[in-house]
Design a protein around this ligand. Structure first.
Ligand SMILES: [Zn+2]
Length: 148
């Protein structure tokens, strides 16, 4: 590194650290006016930076930003639809069970159509519920995207 000036990193290290000890760098500094001036410039700049007042806002950033960040919360959908669906399914099963009470013993043994009669409406109800939930979730996500 003879003949070449010190690199910026070394010059900054010397400017920041009074005890910086690198024989090659200090040797170069002794004979090079340019590098000494660079170190002095950095020292001036660094001392100026420490004397500067800390950055701050003259207004309350929190109060300015927070209202914009708060997502409007919709009231949680009530459990009513779920309860209605459960009640309808229970009523259908109870009604079917009462209507087919004589065959109830055979339903799970021999009679597949009766079993399908019991499971079919429940499966359809479940599918409708899942579809409605999926659509609702999709709508909420789209609303959130629109907000931003
Ligand atoms: Zn130099």
């Amino acid at each position: 590194m003879k003949g070449a000036h010190l690199n910026d990193e070394t010059i900054q290290a010397i400017a920041l650290d009074e005890t910086y000890n690198d024989p090659e760098a200090t040797g170069h500094m002794a004979g090079c006016e340019t590098c000494r001036e660079a170190v002095e410039s950095y020292r001036l700049m660094f001392s100026g930076m420490t004397e500067m007042p800390a950055a701050g806002f003259d207004f309350d950033v929190k109060m300015l930003v927070l209202p914009q960040l708060q997502v409007q919360r919709k009231p949680q959908p009530a459990l009513k639809p779920v309860l209605v669906i459960i009640a309808v399914v229970l009523a259908a099963l109870t009604g079917g069970g009462y209507y087919f009470r004589k065959d109830l013993g055979e339903i799970f043994n021999r009679s597949l159509p009766y079993l399908l009669y019991c499971l079919g409406p429940a499966a359809v109800m479940l599918l409708v519920l899942l579809l409605a939930d999926m659509l609702n979730t999709h709508r909420q996500k789209m609303n959130r995207l629109e907000y931003y």
